[in-house]
Design a protein around this ligand. Structure first.
Ligand SMILES: *Cc1c(COP(=O)(O)O)cnc(C)c1O
Length: 393
């Protein structure tokens, strides 16, 4: 973040990312610096840029912006959310143990169980809201707790202040995946977290057109360690994609407000629908995490899940939605619907999926910024057509 912008409200900071950073031409949109090499003025001197894997001007604008937005000390842009998680996991060594949210992004589970486990880093999956469960899974070799809140897809809420405070007492790191809320609605570092990670592919990018991950660290030692890992591993974001992400983030505030508005409308529609058994949306007062969510964040995400009464409806609903695309991502301006049990969460064993409730009646809906009435009409029509097929059969 440019120091001249540090006192501004978050909407203004977002809109102005990079706008003061280009001193030569005064470009409002910070340019894409494609160069991988930078001339040294003399032996022992540097412009601050040497080689693009280590530091690159367009990427630096993005990294400084996310560090400021998340109230951290340093930001790191990676080639995907998974690359960001892999870079963070490189903090740990053989024999180390992590405590991880039970309801978890499937790719994170896969990285831990199929890859990190081969390097001797193990994980225990617990409900991170249950302090007894946290306490009993914390061993002398436990190094960190990794929290998603809300979780994906079941939207379970963790009290960040409570759990980050617990982690601090235990002397372990707290890492928060803030993909679903973004710093516009929730800033985990202000609640005690040490590291924030984003799949910036989702809300931060916001247009289903750039794959990216971001890391923010708090504290000098951790920031230096992460800079070392980011440069050594090299899964860094390209200048073009850094620019595209900055461009997306400028409109984050108005997009999040619209996502939130639309999600509430559609969730309320589904809540009253006879074919729907339950709606998992933290913006509903009936949601078990409603109070905590209200206290620790300033708004709700645009994604939620819902459970149908009858699994036979899933296939025809996914076939009949038209405006809403049957596709596997979230956080973009276009509405997408996915079927977690066979898509995003297919790598999580059936036993764990059942335990947390990701079953064959659950659909996840990333509500876009279209008009809410059009989205409700599309969904109502698809459910009616599914109903007619099933009843007629
Ligand atoms: C998508 C996602 C990831 C992985 O990010 P990619 O950009 O797809 O690599 C990690 N965590 C959460 C919560 C996600 O939704």
């Amino acid at each position: 973040m440019n120091e001249q912008h540090a006192h501004l409200r978050i909407e203004s900071q977002l809109a102005q990312i990079g706008s003061l950073e280009e001193p030569v031409t005064g470009a409002i949109s910070f340019p894409i610096y494609q160069s991988t090499a930078f001339r040294h003025p003399r032996l022992g001197q540097s412009t601050g840029f040497d080689y693009a894997r280590t530091k690159s001007p367009t990427r630096k604008v993005l990294e400084d912006a996310i560090a400021g937005l998340e109230s951290g000390d340093a930001g790191f842009a990676c080639s995907s959310g998974m690359a960001a998680l892999q870079t963070i996991f490189a903090l740990f060594s053989q024999g180390d143990h992590l405590i991880v949210s039970l309801d978890l992004y499937g790719g994170t589970y896969r990285l831990l169980e199929k890859i990190m486990s081969r390097f001797g880093v193990t994980a225990t999956y617990v409900d991170t809201n249950d302090l007894d469960a946290l306490e009993s899974s914390c061993n002398p070799n436990t190094k960190a707790v990794l929290i998603e809140t809300p979780t994906n897809p079941l939207m379970m809420i963790t009290d960040l202040e409570l759990v980050c405070g617990w982690a601090k007492k235990k002397g372990i790191l707290s890492i928060v995946d803030n993909t679903l809320l973004t710093p516009f609605f929730q800033r985990p570092i202000e609640l005690g977290a040490d590291i924030v990670i984003h799949s910036a592919t989702k809300y931060l990018g916001g247009h289903n057109d750039v794959l990216a991950g971001l890391i923010v660290t708090k504290g000098n030692e951790l920031s230096e360690q992460m800079a070392f890992l980011h440069n050594s591993i090299g899964a860094v974001l390209s200048p073009q994609d850094s620019w595209l992400l900055v461009r997306g983030m400028k409109t984050l505030a108005i997009r999040m407000e619209r996502h939130q508005h639309n999600a509430a409308q559609v969730a309320n529609f589904l809540l009253q629908h006879p074919q729907v058994e339950s709606v998992y949306y933290p913006g509903l007062e009936s949601h078990p995490g409603y109070e905590i969510q209200k206290r620790q964040s300033s708004g709700n995400t645009g994604i939620f899940s819902f459970k149908l009464r009858d699994a036979r409806y899933v296939e025809p609903i996914l076939r009949h939605i038209k405006l809403i695309a049957f596709a596997e991502s979230l956080g973009g301006v276009e509405s997408l619907m996915t079927y977690p049990a066979v898509q995003t969460h297919a790598d999580i064993p059936e036993e764990i999926r059942r335990q947390i409730g990701v079953d064959h009646r659950l659909l996840r809906y990333s509500v876009g910024i279209e008009h809410a009435d059009d989205l409700i009409a599309d969904l109502a029509r698809a459910i009616d057509l599914a109903h007619a097929e099933i009843e007629g059969a």
